[in-house]
Design a binder for this molecule. Structure first.
Ligand SMILES: NC(=O)c1ccc[n+]([C@@H]2O[C@H](COP(=O)([O-])OP(=O)(O)OC[C@H]3O[C@@H](n4cnc5c(N)ncnc54)[C@H](OP(=O)(O)O)[C@@H]3O)[C@@H](O)[C@H]2O)c1
Length: 430
């Protein structure tokens, strides 16, 4: 048996503790699979005295995580602290510069500095891997790097944030509104006290930008992601979606258009016939459409201790085996600086829900505003009278350009009979 792979773990929270547990519980199996033992030699976290449900009594404690990056008895540093800058970034940079391999679950760091860190790793001839950073336990990075590597990716999309999917699922099942379901999710520990990273789409956008880099051979470009969250989705829209044969999902989508790379995260109307419409609760899913393979879908748990530790340990076994592959599928210095396809150029169909004064002529004014932009209607739903005098009107359109839709909406919003800002959700066809 070869010498052990010596591991230093920075961060012993949900994920770090899971990795320690998994390595201990599956030690024999992993040394067989990795060709050598995987041995944790040192760990670091903020508070040494914190009670943790793991046995680290025989492992060195470093009060400064940076000590792991330079320790001569460590081969691979596992960064599980989090955050796009600060100590996590310094730790990864220093570890790579000191000749260590790095495994991380940190999507925020990769979204901001992925290309730079992959370049550094390659220059030093070291491995940088991050399976756990995207879709938790789903081995999607490996799939893009290995199983699907023969394909040109046509399109990629997925449910990349379990918190949003849980909230949307619960809203549909209970008919309750966003605020009430969010509060309940926070109480149950499915949503953070500050939920904005999740519900405003930022976390999904971090993951999408990493996936896009790996799928399209492009530099990671988080700034190029169009981001909208789920706060404006109402129980009423979820109900209308079902009536129209759709389910509302927060998706991250990426594809190459003739204008560049389009990356977008926003609520989508997904046809009920599409398998991804049925990924519910905290589950994640990623669909990759390749030119030779066709459509492939991966689903599983996108977060949590077990699934995330599973992905981190998969990367560690690769390091133990000495499998050195480009972090983003092609060598980092060959990653292309692709243009961002502007959202104004996005082509698609739309769902529009208006609250209008229930009086004659309103519908024809709304249809007139759409017709002016050559937007044709696919369907219209109008609900009966209400005491307030305002009624919902739901329109779905045929495919049009986003710029035209925005101009039409600006006109519609100015109509006296339109009571509040229109709710607009893009309709996807899969
Ligand atoms: N949780 C998930 O399901 C999940 C899924 C996929 C990816 N991730 C990613 O995995 C990473 C870790 O997430 P997590 O959920 O495990 O976070 P967490 O539970 O908050 O744990 C963070 C750990 O980092 C330690 N830490 C924080 N600041 C530190 C510092 N300055 N120096 C040293 N240690 C420090 C904390 O120490 P103390 O324990 O002493 O406070 C804690 O052990 C993040 O990048 C996250 O995005 C998480």
């Amino acid at each position: 048996m070869k010498a052990p792979l010596r591991i230093g773990i920075a961060g012993l929270g949900t994920v770090g503790a899971g990795v320690v547990k998994l390595l201990a519980e599956h030690g024999r199996l992993l040394s067989l699979r990795g060709g050598r033992p995987l041995k944790v030699v040192a760990v670091s976290a903020r508070r040494k005295a914190r009670k943790r449900d793991i046995d680290i009594s025989r492992v060195r404690w470093e009060s400064d995580p940076m000590a792991l990056a330079t320790a001569p008895d460590i081969d691979v540093v596992v960064e599980l602290i989090g955050g796009s800058g600060g100590v996590a970034r310094r730790l990864v940079q220093t570890a790579l510069r000191s000749g260590k391999h790095v495994v991380t679950a940190n999507k925020a760091l990769l979204a901001m500095h992925g290309t730079e860190l992959a370049t550094l790793a390659e220059k030093r001839g070291r491995i940088l891997s991050f399976e756990a950073a995207v879709a938790g336990g789903i081995p999607i990075i490996k799939a893009l790097r290995e199983g699907l590597v023969g394909n040109r990716v046509r399109r990629l999309y997925g449910i990349l944030n379990g918190t949003c999917n849980y909230i949307l699922t619960t809203m549909r099942e209970t008919g309750r509104d966003f605020g009430a379901v969010l509060a309940e999710a926070q109480a149950a520990g499915y949503a953070e006290a500050d939920p904005s990273f999740d519900v405003d789409g930022i976390d999904a956008a971090h993951k999408l930008s990493v996936l896009t880099g790996a799928a399209f051979g492009a530099k990671v470009n988080f700034a190029g992601v169009h981001i909208e969250g789920i706060r404006h989705v109402s129980a009423m829209d979820i109900q209308f979606a079902e009536e129209l044969g759709f389910r509302i999902k927060l998706l991250g989508l990426a594809r190459e258009t003739r204008y560049g790379i389009e990356q977008r995260v926003h609520p989508c109307m997904v046809p009920l016939a599409a398998p991804i419409a049925h990924i519910e609760g905290v589950f994640n899913a990623v669909v990759v459409e390749g030119d030779y393979v066709g459509t492939t879908m991966f689903q599983g748990r996108g977060a949590g201790q077990g699934p995330t530790a599973s992905a981190v340990v998969a990367d560690l076994v690769d390091v133990a085996r000495g499998r050195q592959m480009p972090a983003f599928v092609v060598p980092a210095e060959r990653l292309a600086d692709k243009k961002v396809s502007p959202m104004d150029r996005h082509q698609g169909a739309y769902y529009i829900r208006l609250m209008v004064q229930d009086r004659p002529g309103v519908i024809s004014a709304v249809s007139g505003a759409l017709a002016k932009e050559r937007i044709s209607l696919e369907s219209m739903l109008q609900r009966g009278r209400s005491q307030s005098g305002e009624v919902p009107v739901v329109l779905t359109t045929h495919e049009t350009e986003e710029a035209a839709m925005r101009r039409a909406l600006a006109r519609i919003a100015k109509l006296g009979a339109v009571a509040e800002e229109p709710c607009v959700i893009r309709i996807e066809s899969f």
